[in-house]
Design a protein around this ligand. Sequence first.
Ligand code: FAD
Length: 381
Amino acid sequence: MDFDLTAEQQQFRDSVLGFSKKHLAAGARARAHDPAYPWEVAKLMAKQGLLGITLREADGGQGGTLMDAVIAIETVASVCPRSADVVQAGNFGPIRVLGEYGSDFQKKKFLARLLNGEAVISVGMTEPDAGSAVTDLKTSATPDGEGWRINGSKVFTTHSAYAEVILAYVRFGPGVGGIGSVLIDGKSSGLKRGQPSRFMSGEEWAELHFDNVHVPKEMVLLGEGGFKKQIAGFNVERLGNASRSLALGRYAFERAREWALERRQFGKLLAEFQGLQWKFADMKMQLDAAQLLLYRAATNADRGLPSPEETAIAKAYCNRAGFDVANEALQVMGAMGYSQEELVEYCVRRCRGWMIAGGSIEILKNRIAEGVFGRSFSQRG
Ligand SMILES: Cc1cc2nc3c(=O)[nH]c(=O)nc-3n(C[C@H](O)[C@H](O)[C@H](O)COP(=O)(O)OP(=O)(O)OC[C@H]3O[C@@H](n4cnc5c(N)ncnc54)[C@H](O)[C@@H]3O)c2cc1C
């Protein structure tokens, strides 16, 4: 067992850090408060090889490991928290599911622009009446000649206001076995985007309505019976979500640490008050524990898909640690931490959402408990 990064991983981290300091440090605060997607960052990252890290080289990716992608997201976030979302979009989200399960036709159609940082793909699972109970989704796919007609709506979808393509979970038939997924071109006739709304983080989302949208048969990603495979792919997204939680918690921690070594009250540095030292010790323990759980899940997955149980443990713990640490860091910085002068308040708002998104902490704990007792527990009835 070795808890250090390999020489290659350290080299990769140093090169991502150099890139981030050069291109992302300036403007980090402005980016965090801009609801628009940072396209200029996406294009720079594409040139640097930071999009498609885990995708196969034959598909235009870098052929790297999931651990490389985790290192990239952490390192970018340590300089510009908002830019970590671009690493997520280009590596961990539905792009990875497309890379894993997509046909050559589908990959040729969409991957180039996604990997060039010119477009993003959304995953639409959640519906007004199907949140945690995602298998209750109603969006239907009904046969129509050579393809399918899609009817229904999706809510809270990340990038929904501007995504070029939507990987939509749909129902081909009844029950869990009837669920699969299709790729819906963002310009399809019958696809309507509602008025953009904002999360607490400032990110925009828009309700997606599918009104008899035609999807050719070539655009079915995983047909009937594809749900389990889709969730296996979605575990990668969960690790990206966990990585960002941890990274933003760490960003806030580092800023508060610097602050405690500069700010004086009662004639002493904040770092010299034992009440604050213990806060830092608690934060450090949480960050280190979260890091180990995250690295275990990512390393064990290597270039495959991560274990559901290790992913659930890593995500639930990183989500909690990221939020708690960012929140304590804000407290240590007083009013300055609460002000938009600093990025710490952004880290708190952003980390809060990841405790809900991509499988809430409660739903992940249900999954962990199943492992503990070696059986499943129906949440219904
Ligand atoms: C920032 C953000 C980004 C998101 N991005 C996307 C996206 O890109 N695509 C997408 O499809 N969706 C997205 N979502 C939606 C997200 O997946 C859902 O919010 C999530 O699944 C929870 O559903 P819900 O909000 O309807 O809450 P509900 O399911 O209504 O749950 C409400 C509360 O009850 C708890 N709860 C529910 N059932 C149980 C149970 N059985 N046991 C214990 N507790 C339970 C939940 O944990 C939660 O605290 C995003 C959400 C957020 C906040």
